[in-house]
Design a protein around this ligand. Structure first.
Ligand code: MD6
Ligand code: FE
Length: 214
């Protein structure tokens, strides 16, 4: 068999990232069009914005849907039931999004996953997210489910300590990463996104991240 072909195939099959962490290749592919339509509707009600954090303004633009949304200002991060930009609740989480998260979590053995927050991130070339732990959630066992759409990115998946060298995993349109249980507090991030063009999304990447915050 041709060596390059083989390399490409192994790079894009499901891969364990830990005991309870896995990348599910193409898991959201069949639902991608519907997911993007839902994202457009959510963003019309709660527009993408570049949040300020204690460390500065984020290069990623964000919005949320669900009972709670992740937000930040110069004082720190928090989950809020109200979109601080509009003073209204975040748009409801469409059932189709809920189902994607539930199905992806179930694939790793997390039965009955019911996220209450979906953070939606928009990356343009150069956007990045530094290594961090997700620890603002009350439930630190229920998985994080992260679905990628649009242009590819390098997802960084590290250890329990900031200094543990992260693995670099290319995530493409339709891929879903799930980390929960013993792997729930692993450091993770996204390397600066490289310019590319995707037939549905043009030059951008959309990431949906589901959490159980309480
Ligand atoms: C991603 N996002 O955008 C992963 N974590 O691919 C995150 O890991 C994340 O966007 C905590 C708070 C906001 C985030
Ligand atoms: Fe995170």
């Amino acid at each position: 068999m041709n060596g390059d072909l083989f390399a490409d195939e192994t790079r894009f099959t499901d891969e364990a990232l830990g005991e309870q962490a896995r990348v599910l290749r193409g898991f959201a592919l069949a639902r991608a069009d519907a997911l993007l339509a839902a994202v457009e509707e959510i963003a019309a009600a709660a527009p993408f914005r570049h949040l300020v954090t204690p460390a500065g303004t984020m290069s990623v633009a964000m919005t949320n849907c669900g009972e709670r949304g992740w937000t930040s200002d110069a004082r720190g991060y928090r989950y809020s039931a109200i979109d601080p930009d509009s003073g209204r609740p975040w748009p409801a989480m469409p059932p189709m999004l809920r189902e994607l998260a539930r199905d992806a979590a179930a694939a790793l053995g997390f039965a009955g996953y019911a996220p209450d927050a979906c953070l939606i991130n928009r990356y343009l070339p150069g956007s990045r997210m530094g290594l961090h732990q997700d620890r603002d959630e009350g439930d630190k066992v229920a998985p994080i489910v992260s679905a990628s759409l649009g242009i590819p990115a390098i997802f960084l998946f590290g250890g329990m300590k900031r200094n543990d060298r992260p693995r670099r995993i290319e995530v493409r349109h339709g891929d879903v990463v799930v980390w929960g249980g013993v792997d729930r507090l692993r450091y993770h991030g996204v390397a600066p996104v490289k310019p590319a063009l995707h037939p549905l999304l043009g030059g951008k990447r959309i990431n949906l991240t589901f959490r159980k915050t309480v």
